[in-house]
Write a protein that binds this ligand. Structure first.
Ligand SMILES: [Zn+2]
Length: 257
């Protein structure tokens, strides 16, 4: 169906640096424009994800977040300007993205993702980017994406470190899911969130930008998927390393059961 998209003159200009790449070209740009991506959380990770995916011309961006912009968010949540303190994050993000690229359709979901709504929401998109900051959402998305057969690009942050992987366990072995790595969430309150722990804002920017890159790669079928590897960024040592993630046959989500 993406082959039906005919680029306008303005689109040829806007996406010229994509179109000139043999690996993207008109067919790739048409795929991006036909793609539907759900971004969970319009915060520190969600901001760069949304900005880059909108700029790239991803046709439809769903944003789910139930929070309002707070002054203390602005140190890292770069999709929100100072003038929107107090505004719902989904609305603030939608307004910024309309300025970046008015061709992108934004679907704002101003509620908290939970077990009652996650499956229906995920079903409406091709791929999910997890920019949430809590384990409940992370595990819920892992399980829902596995069942729905949707790739999940997930990142996590600590004050000076980030982790990133892509999960495509629905494709079967050797692809792992998040529970293959950590079968159960840690006890509540054992891991502090940004809100309590603090974070160097740009670390969120690095990880969210890597997440956006992996989402674009998955849509375009470019290069090597991150599925099966966990990328760890250590900002203090300026070091990236990859850890192999094996699929666990006894995994409660993707194992043989
Ligand atoms: Zn698993």
């Amino acid at each position: 169906m993406s082959e039906d998209i005919v680029l306008t003159e303005a689109q040829f200009e806007r996406y010229a640096r994509h179109l000139i790449l043999d690996e993207v070209g008109e067919a790739g740009q048409a795929r991006l424009m036909a793609a539907r991506v759900l971004v969970v959380g319009a915060g520190g990770l969600g901001s760069p994800i949304l900005l880059y995916l909108a700029a790239a011309g991803v046709g439809t961006l769903g944003i789910v977040d139930d929070d309002a912009v707070d002054l203390s968010n602005l140190q890292r949540q770069i999709v929100h300007p100072t003038s929107r303190v107090g505004v719902a994050k989904v609305e603030s993000a939608e307004r910024t993205l309309a300025e970046i690229n008015p061709e992108v359709a934004v679907e704002a979901h101003s509620f908290r993702l939970d077990e009652s709504n996650a499956a229906a929401l995920v079903a409406a998109y091709d791929i999910v980017a997890d920019g949430s900051d809590n384990f409940t959402t992370r595990y819920l998305l892992n399980d829902v994406c596995h069942r729905a057969g949707k790739p999940l690009v997930a990142a996590a942050l600590s004050p000076f470190e980030g982790q990133l992987s892509t999960f495509k366990s629905h494709l079967g072995p050797p692809h792992p899911c998040y529970r293959c790595l950590f079968p159960e969430p840690p006890p509540p309150d054992s891991v502090p969130r940004c809100v309590e722990a603090g974070i160097l804002g740009a670390v969120a920017g690095v990880m969210g930008t890597l997440q956006a890159t992996e989402v674009l790669k998955e849509i375009l079928g470019l290069g090597e998927s991150l599925s099966g590897s966990l990328l760890v960024y250590d900002a203090l040592r300026t070091d990236f390393h990859r850890i192999k993630l094996p699929r666990d046959p006894a995994c409660p989500t993707c194992g043989a059961g």
